[in-house]
Design a protein around this ligand. Structure first.
Ligand code: 5GP
Length: 131
């Protein structure tokens, strides 16, 4: 069965899209740890990030770097943090998380910020503008 992220790539499930190339997609995380938390994925479904071949891995990293620069311009933060977990969704992805405090990279934090669909949409458009 296709991963939820493959279904997003196929357009079967909506997302707040931030950036796209022929091979990669970036969209806002639906349960963000901080404002602007987003995910960069290869469009081709491969579960474990270290199973990507060298070209796919490099492509995803360079895409993430470009997205991180756009994110930093769009969202006030000290730095953009990077995390790879993949314990929930079996489709390789890189978390990019604007950091203003070490807690912003705590996957266990309970007080996650909430956004309306309109706020998510505006945020995605603002990041996309800088890509
Ligand atoms: P991980 O697999 O790295 O542990 O976490 C998966 C991440 O994907 C989580 O941060 C979760 O909020 C996010 N996520 C799961 N399902 C969806 C979805 O349908 N849409 C979006 N935008 N994010 C999702």
């Amino acid at each position: 069965m296709a991963s939820i992220f493959s279904r997003i790539v196929a357009g079967e499930i909506p997302c707040y899209k931030v950036a796209e190339t022929d091979t990669c997609l970036a969209f806002l995380d639906i349960n963000p740890m901080a404002k602007g938390h987003l995910l960069c994925i290869p469009k081709k479904e491969i579960d474990y990030i270290f199973d990507l071949d060298d070209a796919q891995f490099t492509d995803l990293q360079l895409f993430s770097k470009r997205v991180a620069k756009a994110l930093k311009q769009a969202v006030q933060c000290i730095r953009v943090g990077v995390a790879v977990q993949g314990l929930d969704v079996p489709h390789a992805h890189i978390h990019l998380i604007p950091l203003n405090s070490p807690d912003d990279l705590d996957f266990k934090r309970a007080d996650r910020p909430k956004f309306t669909p309109e706020e998510f949409q505006q945020l995605a458009a603002e990041i996309a503008r800088h890509f």
